[in-house]
Design a protein around this ligand. Sequence first.
Ligand code: SF4
Length: 472
Amino acid sequence: MNGKIKKLVILTGYFKGESYGLLGPQMAATIINSHTDFNAIVVGVTNENDIKDVKTALNHYFGDQQKILGFSSLGGRSDLFDLARELKEQGAITILAGSQAGPDYKGEKGWQSYPHRFKGVSDCFSFALHGPAQQIIPILSSGFDKDISKFDGVLCKDANGRINETPSTDWDDTFLSAVDWQTLYLLNGSVFEPITITTAQVLQQIGCQHAAKERQVFIDYPAGLVKNGPQPSYITICQKGCSFCDVAVDKGYFGGVGEAAFKKQLWCLPEDGDGRKIPFELINESPLFKLSQLFKLADELAIELSQINLTLRADYLIKGLKPLAAALDIATKKNVRILLSSIGFESFDDSILKNLNKGLDRQTNLDAIKAIRQLKSRYPANLGYLKQEGANHGFIHPTPWDNPQISHEINKTISMYQLSHDILPHHSTPLIIHHASGLADWIRQIELKENIQFQRVGTTIGWWQTKEEFLL
Ligand code: SF4
């Protein structure tokens, strides 16, 4: 920690036993440390941590200073929302930031008229900051005894309890370059201890190209509510990107980070014991066309890479097979591993893929799998994609649209193409409907049409259970 006296802690959700860096919160801490007179650290809180210990550690860390706390990447955890509320009531400044900060602060659309909807977490936080992290700089300089409601990206309540909101500022490469990866701490007993991260992230693209264009999507009724009759059972929504996706709603598509900022991020990555940069996830949903260029940039910086983790769509993978092979040729010479760490297959049924607005079909997913398996035989050591190699591909199940016929067909595909062997994760992910996602618009329309209510579970909508069933 540096010698600054004013302190700020960013609390985030974290997984037990892991040692991964957190780009968003750690970039925010770096910005605060470089541009303000605060010293910021990031503290990962796991599900297993006792919140009493977190409070003790915060008391110890802040001493008699006023607590200034950011909350980011909470993953809808109610224990952390409750902690924020309690600390705020005791006089701390609590700030909600990160993905979905604005919508989570304000609550679900129309909750004032429909009391079962998610009311938002504005009671837990002094204010929310939606958008780029550099917006915190003038707020910290101004101090919290002043009116901060006019600063960019701020959502806060006025004296009458109404929420005021100002537009976010634009993303700016100046603040997307340096990352101090030594700012992450975990709880040990009831004290914060720094951890050495073993994987990091590098931001190359903000948002996702699939989320660039709005289109009308026809989403089927949940299987249990489909009615027999001449009228098709679907709901129409306007959607950018996949209907379940947070990134699509929160960021849309802002294009690439400039080369200078990107290079700086590469430079900032920590090194492993051999002097090579630690494995990192390249944040770019369509990364293959620029992959060879990344090796050139590493050469210019005179740094050595160890592993690049890619998250991408099956159709982008097929379009980018040639550049991927070219990058693998370079990776082989340089002894670097390219891990296809997460391919968003999501389903192997066309109607479910349509409802998810994935923008691709079952055959594209299968073609991508065939292509990866072939590439693996050409580059066995330098290409990874198996779950045993650390990959965790997207497979959403169950969904509201599952019926015996769809389940039968999916199981047939899984068995015919031996997907359990190398592709399917150990556990599928149930469909999660965040209250601000496209699917939330779909399910709210169903509630109104069918005069039913689905249970709210924190920031999500429990599509599997109506409120009446829950109360029985
Ligand atoms: S799920 Fe992936 S492909 Fe779909 S909109 Fe989100 S980031 Fe883009």
